[in-house]
Ligand binder design. Structure first.
Ligand code: HEM
Length: 144
């Protein structure tokens, strides 16, 4: 067996293992877990707003802020899939954290608006939450 063949086989095995590990890293990754939790909390916030319980809604928003702060420390699976490294990875991580920070800003304003019972502002900010979600997913989420 030639050395070249051995090397190719070794690389093929590595590539295979790499992709299956990366797949496992996406399904059930901490980021995916936080995102599912955010979705569930946001649904509860929506129904609390509808039923007029702005106090409970504000508490839910506070939990969502904590979940985004945790999400900020994670790496989207897309970056692993694209095999980003070094400066390129750092640049994309920074962009990801920037959108998370904007999103946290929107939720902080939402918490303030809920505490002030400013329902017109609450409605506007819920719309902004949807926009941040769109930006975040179109830029950083792959199908996995
Ligand atoms: C604001 C409301 C948001 C909600 C309700 C939400 C919800 C979700 C849900 C339910 C998933 C899982 C999808 C699945 O399992 O197929 C997900 C995934 C994801 N979301 Fe969000 N999201 C929001 C905002 C954001 C923002 C602002 C960003 C980025 C700045 C973001 C980045 C991601 C990424 C990268 C994934 C894929 C997980 C991974 O790469 O491991 N999301 N999101």
């Amino acid at each position: 067996m030639s050395k070249r063949f051995l090397l190719t086989s070794f690389l093929a095995v590595l590539a295979f293992t790499g992709s299956s590990l990366a797949q496992a890293g996406c399904d059930g990754s901490p980021l995916q877990g936080y995102m599912h939790h955010i979705r569930d909390e946001l649904r509860t916030v929506g129904s609390d707003i509808k039923s007029g319980d702005t106090q409970a809604a504000a508490e839910g928003v506070n939990k969502i802020i904590t979940l985004f702060k945790k999400s900020r420390e994670e790496t989207p699976y897309l970056f692993i899939e694209e095999n980003l490294q070094g400066a390129e990875l750092a640049k994309k991580e920074k962009a990801f954290q920037g959108v998370i920070d904007d999103t946290i800003g929107v939720f902080e304003s939402l918490e303030t608006a809920l505490k002030a019972n400013d329902m017109a502002q609450v409605k506007t900010l819920m719309g902004k939450v949807g926009q941040e979600r769109k930006i975040g997913h179109s830029s950083f989420k792959t199908s996995c």
